[in-house]
Design a protein around this ligand. Sequence first.
Ligand SMILES: [Zn+2]
Length: 245
Amino acid sequence: MSLAIVDEALVLSTIDYGEADRIVTLFTRGRGRLSAFAAGARKSKRRFAGALEAGTHLRAQLVERRGEVFRLDGADIVQSFHRLRDDLPRIARLMYCLELIRELTRDQEPHTQLFDGLRDYLQKLDAKEAGPTSLLLFELDALAQAGFMPSFAPCALCGEPTGERPRFDPSHGGVLCLPCSTRVAGGFPVSAQVVEALSRLQAGERTPLPAETRARARELLNVFIAHHLGRKLNSVDFMEQVGTD
Ligand SMILES: [Zn+2]
């Protein structure tokens, strides 16, 4: 039994399969993340004509096959976002947010808002409208929607203000006050100013952060994400190499 569906999708990643084929991981609007078999994708340039580049927004024709991966029968490009592939810092951010979404989501668990958030972020990145703080904003939103929202204020354990000497403890949900972190013997010291900045971003404030604060905020989120996923995202190193945050 098979079922044909058409859905909007963003290409998260692809891997070559055999001599001519490709397995594509898609983030679809209606069904969330899924893997699809694209027969002949490497041999016939015409069939998918550049549609299977990471980040491309597609209208995908899929066939669901019981007990097997989906089959990708065709793909029309809605937006290729080709301009954002002009420079390394934007490529690094593209790879980072695609990997983040791929790792935060599970197969066939729909996240419509997360799909729209990723598409909107890629549009801004493509149009050079994504300011330096926008990746942090996108990330905080993605974490919240995937059910991994870090707590920055108040203390994740007692609910009191975190004070002048907050500590960050991903295994207890985020930032703790000093007495709580002493009690659970966890976490490491973080700057109260960085905690406040992250807490304001999380509350929806769109004020850009200075470079130094962004760098410290990035370190905290890297630790938090690595803790929850059990590994550091591969694209973190690439972002560091090209000097973006
Ligand atoms: Zn506390």
